[in-house]
Design a protein around this ligand. Sequence first.
Ligand code: HPA
Length: 289
Amino acid sequence: MSYYDQVAEAAAFLKTRLHGHEPRVGVVLGSGLGAAADAVVDPVIVPYGEIPHFPRSTVEGHPGRIVAGALGGAPVAIMQGRVHSYEGYSPLEVTFPLRVLGALGVRAVVLTNAAGGIQEGLSLGALVALSDHINMMGWNPLTGANEPRFAFAPGAGLRFFDMTEAYSKRLRALAREAAREEGFELKEGIYLATPGPSFETPAEIRAFRTLGATLVGMSTVPETLVARHMGMDVLGLSCVTNLAAGLSAAPLSHEEVFETGRKVEARLAGLLTRLAPRIDALIRAETKA
Ligand code: HPA
């Protein structure tokens, strides 16, 4: 069975499980950031293991399930947990869930992650909207034959496509407004993705800062690439769970990343609850026109 057919089968399965829910907004929740899924009203919960061809996450803190329902009144599909290439998954497996969201009708996606803060002044627990990224993973999930059927917007599904506005300015503006109403300032930053699973060395962090990165992490970029390939709008949100290597005296640990995530997930949930209906309204107005 082709990759495209596997995606179509997974999406068809989910459509029957979600009976009637028609999410246009998708959310991917990263390490320790799962609380927004608890804010979903009348949730339909589908563990990844039940979905045909779907990869299952192996990292602690990523339960691995889709939670669909109403967030702030808007129908959403939330992926609680993702898989990473450092777990041994191939680029096509890592991005399979995004393809399924596209096939389900999702047209805008919020990708969240835990990240190390490189820039001075980024405090622990800060939420940052991505303005751009730097792919230092060493791979691109679009390597291989182009599949033009993964085109869910006019002009999408191309072999070569523009990444000038990888992260939507409009969605960032909505997010900034929602954060202000929630009582905090949403900063902006440039996310550099490494393959992991080791954290960086201090020399790598100095190099990444020179390159212009303000945040570092091990996810999101492959998902952004396939989302843009399909013509989706992307909002990237990082939670600064730790200062990047060499910027604080303490060694980095997954526990620290996870614990800081737990402290911020309620704020992230508040932001997403306020934001989801606005993104939904924007997307629906556009796809009707
Ligand atoms: N480096 C890479 N990935 C991360 C970090 C980090 O410091 N914190 C959370 N994810």
